[in-house]
Design a protein around this ligand. Structure first.
Ligand SMILES: Nc1ncnc2c1ncn2[C@@H]1O[C@H](COP(=O)(O)OP(=O)(O)OP(=O)(O)O)[C@@H](O)[C@H]1O
Ligand SMILES: [Mg+2]
Length: 260
């Protein structure tokens, strides 16, 4: 991957999504830049998760264009987008309780594994070599989020903050170009949120488009370079944290009624 190609933005134009007669997203146009942390905020039901689903190909928007650098993505199915470097975490924790932390992270290498996920866990020579290599990559990803020491623990015995960071490690282990995190701070206490903020800042990289959906405004304002505000399916505002915080429209529809 060339440096020029690596720094290419994810560009969305005139995106529209509806279910039946219900308009979920309308006229969404924005540029998600590599090298930044981009925040996507908005009230419940604004369309944030649906927007992520359109980017990853899970939802098929009725209208609009999605482009990663020079690559037009509308016709690329979810698996193809994953192969191009799209990765995400989900709104609810989704780790496999039977696997250790590091094995859960290794699942993030599934789409790249030559032998396949099952082979990687079988005691065959080929599977063993690949499993060892994948384990090394998974340990490196865990280190990046500060979790090296819990690699061989079970998710069932670990607190929510560690599980969230494990999911992020799984999302980054394949070296994505686009990383979409859906409410990573949900359910975390203030100490865990602090660790998450530190981990997010360490993930910022010149070649990575990193987008965070979050309701925790302190976290968003601290870590983001650019923030986009969605309200009932429309883009209400975009700008720096300071500009968004000072935007009267944003305060009225969103920040104003979020003082609990
Ligand atoms: N598969 C679907 N079928 C029908 N309606 C859907 C579907 N997915 C999302 N919606 C609707 O789209 C709207 C936006 O939902 P979405 O989950 O994207 O909001 P959100 O901004 O992520 O909210 P939250 O902050 O609560 O997670 C909601 O009205 C939701 O009911
Ligand atoms: Mg959501």
């Amino acid at each position: 991957m060339s440096a020029a190609m690596a720094a290419e933005p994810l560009v969305v134009e005139q995106l529209a999504l509806a279910f039946g007669g219900v308009r979920v997203l309308q006229d969404i146009a924005l540029e998600l830049r590599a090298g930044e942390i981009t925040g996507l905020i908005g009230p419940n039901g604004a369309g944030k998760t649906s927007f992520f689903n359109c980017l990853t190909g899970l939802y098929a928007p009725q209208q609009g264009r999605i482009r990663l650098g020079g690559l037009q993505l509308e016709r690329v199915p979810p698996a193809g987008r994953a192969a191009l470097g799209f990765s995400r975490s989900f709104q609810h924790v989704a780790l496999c309780p039977e696997l250790s932390v590091v094995e859960n992270v290794m699942i993030g290498l599934d789409r790249q594994s030559r032998a396949g996920w099952l082979d990687a866990f079988l005691p065959l020579p080929r599977g063993r070599a690949e499993r060892a290599a994948n384990r090394e990559r998974a340990l490196a990803a865990l280190s990046r989020v500060g979790l090296a020491e819990v690699a061989d623990r079970s998710p069932t015995e670990l607190p929510p903050g560690v599980l969230r960071l494990t999911e992020i490690a799984r999302a980054i282990v394949g070296a994505p170009r686009v990383l979409l995190l859906d409410e990573p701070a949900a359910g975390l206490n203030s100490v865990e949120t602090r660790d998450l903020a530190d981990a997010l800042k360490r993930l910022r990289a010149p070649e990575l488009v990193l987008v965070v959906v979050e309701h925790d405004m302190d976290l968003i304002m601290e870590v983001c370079d650019t923030i986009h505000v969605l309200n009932v399916g429309r883009l209400l505002a975009s700008g720096t944290p300071a500009a968004v915080r000072a935007n009267p429209e944003v305060v009225r529809v969103y920040l104003g009624d979020d003082d609990d």
